[in-house]
Design a protein around this ligand. Structure first.
Ligand SMILES: NC(=O)c1ccc[n+]([C@@H]2O[C@H](COP(=O)([O-])OP(=O)(O)OC[C@H]3O[C@@H](n4cnc5c(N)ncnc54)[C@H](OP(=O)(O)O)[C@@H]3O)[C@@H](O)[C@H]2O)c1
Length: 349
């Protein structure tokens, strides 16, 4: 284990890749902060789809076991490492959900394009535990006033939404936007982000129960794609022109239809692949329709701060579906896999 060790703590640990039953709720060593680091007492830790992929071994095969997942941490400072002057024990904090792991990349901007940028809890231990160790430069003061479980639902999807919708998607008050999976954890926040920018927003959902969720997130048009073609609906909605921006977290299964719903010269932003990792592309269409294809991974610290400001100001609201005690992490993963989930699932140590 790479963490400096002191007393014990409880953690949701796994010793091999696999289904949710690989989790063990175990006593492990509590991390102590090295120079330039903080230890955070975790009050709540959000789960992301990415955690499920990591657990299955679908992203990296070089994870050292035992491992602890968890990118979205809200908590309080428990211990302050040498050389850290501006933090005190008990300060309310949020851990960055991703950051450059190698200190040589500390000055790369935006941070998410640094070679060593990684989601928190990928190789280093994450927040599915009572404590997490973090470089102090990637810890933010919590000024939102939200309950910790609401806050812990947000950092990763907020950072992603600002980057995908505002920065890459170039969404503004004149935009028509299509957001895929508008009732999902990331989709709800992208809908809210596009509305915050003044856009008109259409969102897709896969069941009648999710229609209201996407509407509450702010979507002007919600399309159950199991009842009707989302592309036809979107083309109707835009008088046959297509939307200015597609924000896609589904991937392969809807790629061709997403491009059909996009206007000439429109921007396609993808950041997710629940519906498949690959697709084919028609270059004739790409050339004549001049689509801008953009891949989006996480975001910068500035984008995270921008998202947290919107959260503090109540412009974006937390999208919590439910919480689970940390010891029930396997059940929480199964619930997300069931596809019934409408928003974020949060673990409480
Ligand atoms: N690149 C990044 O920075 C970044 C950041 C956040 C998330 N992501 C990615 O975005 C994707 C969505 O994440 P999330 O946290 O929003 O997920 P989530 O809350 O679990 O929701 C995923 C939703 O996708 C829809 N879906 C469509 N096709 C599906 C399929 N074949 N299998 C399962 N679900 C399907 C389902 O909604 P319906 O039933 O309504 O269709 C499902 O509820 C994931 O791939 C995740 O890794 C990437």
């Amino acid at each position: 284990m790479s963490q400096a060790e002191t007393a014990g703590m409880k953690a949701a640990v796994f010793h091999q890749f696999g289904e949710p039953d690989v989790f063990r709720y175990e006593d492990v060593a509590e991390p102590a902060p090295a120079e330039g680091e903080l230890t955070i007492r975790v009050a709540a830790c959000g789960i992301n789809r990415y955690d499920l992929y990591l657990r299955m071994g679908a992203v990296f095969s070089d994870i050292a076991f035992p491992h602890v997942l968890g990118a979205d941490v809200a908590g309080t400072v428990a211990a302050v490492g040498a050389g850290v002057n501006d933090w005190r024990e008990g300060d309310d904090v949020i851990a960055a959900p991703g950051y450059p792991m190698d200190p040589v990349d500390a000055d790369v901007r935006p941070e998410n394009r640094a070679p060593s940028f990684e989601v928190t809890g990928t190789h280093a231990w994450g927040g599915n535990a009572e404590y997490i160790r973090m470089p102090a430069r990637y810890v933010l003061r919590d000024q939102t006033g939200l309950a910790k479980h609401e806050l812990a639902a947000m950092p990763l999807v907020l950072m992603t939404a600002v980057h995908a919708v505002e920065t890459l998607g170039e969404v503004n008050a004149k935009s028509h936007v299509l957001v895929q999976a508008g009732a999902s954890g990331s989709g709800q926040v992208c809908v809210q982000m596009a509305k915050a920018l003044g856009a008109k927003v259409a969102a897709t959902v896969g069941s009648p129960e999710k229609v209201e969720t996407a509407r509450q997130a702010g979507a002007d048009l919600v399309i159950n794609y199991n009842e009707t073609s989302f592309t036809d609906k979107v083309l109707d909605w835009t008088d046959g022109v297509g939307v200015d921006t597609v924000i896609d977290n589904v991937g392969g299964s809807v790629f061709a239809e997403n491009l059909r719903a996009l206007r000439v010269g429109g921007i396609f932003v993808n950041f997710g692949l629940v519906g498949g990792i690959s697709s084919t592309i028609n270059f004739k269409e790409l050339i004549f329709r001049q689509h801008q294809l953009r891949g989006s991974f996480m975001g910068s610290m500035a984008e995270l701060r921008r998202g947290l400001d919107l959260l503090r100001d109540g412009v974006i609201k937390p999208a919590v579906d439910r919480t689970y005690p940390l010891r029930d992490v396997a059940e929480a993963h199964r619930y997300i896999e069931s596809r019934a989930v409408r928003g974020k699932v949060v673990l409480i140590p």
